[in-house]
Design a protein around this ligand. Structure first.
Ligand code: SF4
Length: 212
């Protein structure tokens, strides 16, 4: 009977002898577990959440906002009215002075709920409460042609397309057809400014003009 040919692949040992299987691998233990077990022990225990899972958790809040777009639309209308009522106060203090603290709050609240990128020209009311600035291409007027069959983004495959979600959210809203309006290109000079205050100042100016 002829001898079996000896493997001479690059991975194989130079001598041609069969490669020794690590005992852990033989027991079905994965490489990741081996690395984790052999890592130095320390008192500090980082939270056991990978960056990817952190992102997915973020999507959870974002998607909640889209699902509750009708309630948020109602809430924002009341919130905007209250801000407008406070216009004399903002004016007395100075819009420039209140910008800092208001922006601080706006950034955190909208960052948590919508992953807001502080473009300063909020269009959430017209996009089903799905922030279009989360689109990697920053498209402000609908999706690109690369939406995956499962409705996810072509650039970030784990992320639901913000425009697919925008359409879903808009269908729950009273003024959902605002999504059909064409949005202007982003004015980069307004980045990192408060959209809340800008909308309030514009509405107050219009009101004063109408009253004059
Ligand atoms: S549209 Fe602009 S202001 Fe509104 S949530 Fe998105 S980044 Fe923030």
């Amino acid at each position: 009977m002829a001898d079996k040919p000896v493997s001479t692949t690059a991975k194989g040992p130079a001598s041609g002898a069969p490669e020794a299987t690590p005992p852990e691998a033989a027991k079905g233990v994965t490489q990741a577990t081996i690395v984790k077990k052999t890592a130095p022990k320390s008192d500090y225990k980082p939270s056991d959440v990978s960056p990817q899972r952190r992102v997915q958790r973020h999507y959870t809040v974002r998607l909640w906002s889209v699902r509750h777009s009708r309630f948020l639309e109602w809430f924002y209308a009341r919130f905007a009215d209250t801000f407008l009522m406070l216009h004399p106060l903002w004016k007395a203090i100075g819009y420039g002075r209140v910008e800092g603290p208001i922006k601080f709050v706006e950034k955190r609240v909208k960052g948590f709920m919508f992953d807001c990128r502080m473009c300063g020209q909020c269009v959430l009311s017209s996009t089903g409460m799905s922030c279009p600035m989360n689109c990697p291409k920053q498209l402000r007027n609908g999706p690109c042609g690369g939406v995956r069959a499962n409705g996810n983004c072509e650039v970030e495959p784990d992320m639901p397309c913000v425009w697919v979600k925008a359409w879903e959210g808009s269908r729950n809203m009273v003024h959902g057809d605002r999504i059909l309006a064409v949005q202007k290109p982003v004015d980069q000079s307004l980045r990192e400014t408060s959209a809340w205050l800008r909308v309030t100042a514009l509405a107050a100016a219009e009101k004063e003009k109408a009253g004059a």
